[in-house]
Design a protein around this ligand. Sequence first.
Ligand SMILES: *[C@@H]1O[C@H](CO)[C@@H](O)[C@H](O)[C@H]1NC(C)=O
Ligand SMILES: *[C@@H]1O[C@H](CO)[C@@H](O)[C@H](O)[C@H]1NC(C)=O
Length: 287
Amino acid sequence: VTTMVFITVINKERKDVMTVTPWLAPVVWEETFDTSLIDSFYKMQNITVATTVFALGKYVQFLKDFLESAEKHYMQGYRVHYYIFTDQPEAVPMVTLGANRSLTTLKLPSSNRWQEITLRRMEKLEKLIDTQMINEVDYIFSLDVDTKFYGHWGAETLGDIVAVIHPGYYSTPRDEFPYERRPESQAYIPQGMGDYYYGGAVIGGRVEEVHKLAKICRMQLDMDKANSIEAAWQEESHLNKYFLYNKPTKILSPEYLWQDFKSKTDDIKIIRFSQVIKNYAEVRPNP
Ligand SMILES: *[C@@H]1O[C@H](CO)[C@@H](O)[C@H](O)[C@H]1NC(C)=O
Ligand SMILES: *[C@@H]1O[C@H](CO)[C@@H](O)[C@H](O)[C@H]1NC(C)=O
């Protein structure tokens, strides 16, 4: 049945954008999928989609818009369990959740370096899957919290292991991607290699696959730390390295990760999820 869905996806091909990768994974763009067909497949399976966000320090201010907009646009009709990692559980807003949707707040200690916060996410994700998710959850998305949903984000995004193309680099030549270029880092990608520049704001897939990703990235982050090196874009650099050798089975177009400050281009028919404009000096504990 999965094969049938896949073929339908690539048959509705758009001509102006790349809708399939060289390794035959679909790239999801508006007009490349049929929502009712996809829903008829996944709704039968009564799946649960865990959704994790990290809201530390001043980032708690983004939770309200994130959750309210997710309740309008994200995985409507599916069982969704939000897991909010925060150092201020009392600041998690009360947002009315729809049927079959729930929220768990998990307390983390504060950190005074934002780099440290992004470096710890893989470890927390790995542990959360180990302790709470393996038998309860089918799919998981780890999403950045300083974001908002503006349009439909549904089951067309589900796959074994799912990455998003970073909106800042989808038309950039490969050798200009901001991969980690120092061989001393575990995130190193040599010139001439790599497929896409993936955004760290969205990681998804089946729970076992995301666990494997989180574990390997966490180990590589630990090795870098032991060698006193921090990759150019922290977790995102390690994620790009992981996806170079473990190809995503589905890729989300920049419709699924835009940036509010960027004007829409012609190939983006709909912005579904976008990073909000923020004043870094106001939200980060250090420059
Ligand atoms: C769907 O899954 C949920 C949670 O796993 C479970 O509580 C519920 O009974 C299931 N419903 C059906 C119709 O199987
Ligand atoms: C909630 O899940 C049950 C299956 O467990 C389903 O029958 C019901 O339609 C769902 N409700 C909504 C509003 O999605």
